[in-house]
Design a protein around this ligand. Structure first.
Ligand SMILES: [Zn+2]
Length: 177
């Protein structure tokens, strides 16, 4: 196990052009923390070790390796980090902003009489979690006059706007009352 970890540290060292000398020592220190936390080389120990090695080996997550080398992440934290906590600062920021955008979207939806619906499927991503603008919102008065004059058959229908919650794709659809 120590060898797997020190080779992961080595590869991160090369990628980040860090000093190579202390990777073995660092590996056994991390190993010791895992041992303290899990008490044995059990499945939890192995899965934590796997997460650490995977992230050290991930060129898209240099941030994690850098934080380990700099000591920004205390070694005992490594033994208890949740898989989601290994993500780079940048990935976390993106995730946070997506979450914020979605919560804003729901707030705006509530404000502008839009409703959540799963009756429509997004043509872009195929998910059916959407928010839909109320079809009986604006111009209702005028349309009812029109339908009285021309009869139900000529009712033009009301365009509704549908926005996909997964990918933000927005499209319109004409519904008939
Ligand atoms: Zn979509």
């Amino acid at each position: 196990m120590v060898r797997v970890l020190s080779s992961a540290l080595d590869s991160a060292t090369r990628r980040l052009k860090q000093n190579r000398e202390n990777t073995e020592k660092l590996a056994s220190l991390i190993e010791a923390k895992l041992w303290t936390k899990f008490g044995a080389i059990n499945p939890s120990y192995q899965s934590q070790m796997r997460s650490i090695c995977l992230n050290l080996n991930d060129p898209k997550n240099n941030d994690f390796a850098r934080r380990v080398f700099q000591g920004t992440i205390p070694l005992e934290r490594l033994a208890e980090m949740h898989p989601s906590e290994f993500a780079s600062e940048r990935a976390l920021k993106i995730r946070k902003s997506v979450l914020k955008r979605h919560s804003d979207m729901y707030k705006n939806a509530a404000k502008s009489h839009m409703a959540e619906s799963n009756a429509y499927k997004c043509p872009e991503c195929g998910k059916s979690k959407t928010i839909v603008s109320s079809p009986y919102r604006s111009g209702a008065g005028r349309e009812s006059v029109k339908s009285e004059t021309w009869g139900r058959k000529d009712e033009p229908g009301t365009p509704i706007t549908i926005q996909c919650c997964a990918c933000d794709h927005t499209w319109t659809k004409v519904v008939h009352a």
